[in-house]
Design a protein around this ligand. Structure first.
Ligand code: ADP
Ligand code: MG
Length: 347
């Protein structure tokens, strides 16, 4: 288990530039299935770092390798500059929050939260005080005497969080922690988790398959596909400058045009759509219109080949107005700096 607070040496190492987590050449197979196929990654101290990718892309396996629950077949795991590849999970300065919470059902909420402190031999009274402080921190004051079954899903998830941060780990690993919650609660918890991470000032390594969640919460993110990382960057980087076709499609809408042997992407909200008579931009026909409340989404087939998705805010348009635009001739234009060429060297 982690120490109560990072030691001076830890802080110094962090300030000196040793990343909170560094993975080098990590591989892990299960029989014929290659779960992680060579992952290199450096996560800075205090970062909110997300592993984003579809189901089966190797996110959980990577997280479990960091925690020590999985041994990699090859590669090295470092925490704060120290090689922990062969160190047991309990001796690593990280804690994990799982999607299914994994609370001890026979213990009270307070006993669950105190667990890590009891294992370390902290006195009962001190444990109680610290557990209650943690429950306040996750906005569950006074619920310490309940059993997990007496809580809602969202409350249980916050108990799991309190239990994971009670002994002050420098790194917290979270595997789809909001996956079981409904949309509204999930959005509230996204904001809460982000605030908590900033407040604690520790490193979060956060796994999700939800691109919107990744874009909202992360300082930086790594996009996984089939056991490999396709791109690492800030949300704006990854969204606006996808480096591969997979990233362009998985993070946001894939708008790819082939022009003169180059493949370029343009995000839907960066495209201006005007009447054909405007005479500027590429001519095309609106093939479909989907009214989605705040915006309307159009698919436009271009005369010179390919199609693009365009979104428009419904400032003055009603659903009726929007739907009547199907089949209309239009022109699309965009600023060159809002396009990005896929697979271009050196970007
Ligand atoms: P993700 O978390 O991105 O959904 P995982 O890391 O869980 O992906 O899984 C990656 C691949 O490894 C999947 O094909 C999965 O079926 C396989 N896998 C993961 N864990 C095991 C295991 N314990 N035994 C066999 N196959 C596994
Ligand atoms: Mg997973």
């Amino acid at each position: 288990m982690a120490t109560l607070a990072p030691t001076a040496a830890d802080t110094e190492a962090a300030a000196g530039g040793a990343p909170a987590v560094r993975l080098t050449g990590i591989r892990r197979s299960y029989g014929a299935v290659v779960a992680v196929a060579g992952v290199d990654l450096a996560i800075g101290a205090g970062e909110f770092f997300t592993l984003l990718g579809p189901s089966g892309s190797g996110k959980t396996t990577t997280l479990r390798v960091i925690a020590g629950f999985e041994r990699p077949d090859a590669g090295r795991v470092e925490l704060q500059g120290v090689d922990v590849t062969h160190v047991a999970p309990s001796q690593r300065a990280v804690n994990t929050v799982f999607q299914d919470y994994a609370l001890f059902p026979h213990m009270t909420v307070a006993e669950n939260v105190e667990y890590g402190l009891r294992v370390k031999g902290m006195r009962r009274r001190d444990r109680r005080v610290r557990a209650e402080t943690m429950l306040e921190r996750v906005r569950l004051p006074g619920l310490g005497d309940r059993k997990p079954v007496q809580l809602s899903g969202g409350q249980r998830q916050r108990v799991a969080l309190a239990r994971a941060i009670v002994n002050g780990p420098p790194v917290l690993l979270l595997d789809e922690p909001l996956g079981a919650l409904d949309l509204k609660l999930r959005q509230e918890m996204q904001i809460f988790l982000k605030a908590l991470q900033q407040d604690l000032g520790i490193t979060f390594v956060y796994v999700t398959h939800d691109q919107e969640e990744a874009l909202t919460m992360s300082d930086r993110m790594a996009v996984f596909n089939e056991g490999r990382i396709e791109q690492v960057g800030t949300p704006a980087d990854v969204y606006e400058h996808p480096q591969t076709e997979f990233v362009a499609g998985f993070v946001g809408v894939s708008n790819i045009l082939e022009r003169e042997g180059r493949r370029i992407t343009i995000r839907p909200e960066k495209i201006r759509m005007s009447d054909e008579a405007a005479g500027e931009g590429e001519a095309g026909t609106i093939r479909s219109v989907v009214y989605v409340g705040m915006v309307t989404r159009y698919v436009v087939g271009l005369d010179s080949g390919g199609e693009l998705v365009v979104v428009r805010q419904n400032l003055e348009t009603s659903s009726q107005d929007a739907l009547s635009e199907q089949g209309k001739r239009v022109r699309l234009s965009w600023r060159p700096e809002h396009t990005y060429e896929i697979g271009k060297e050196g970007t």
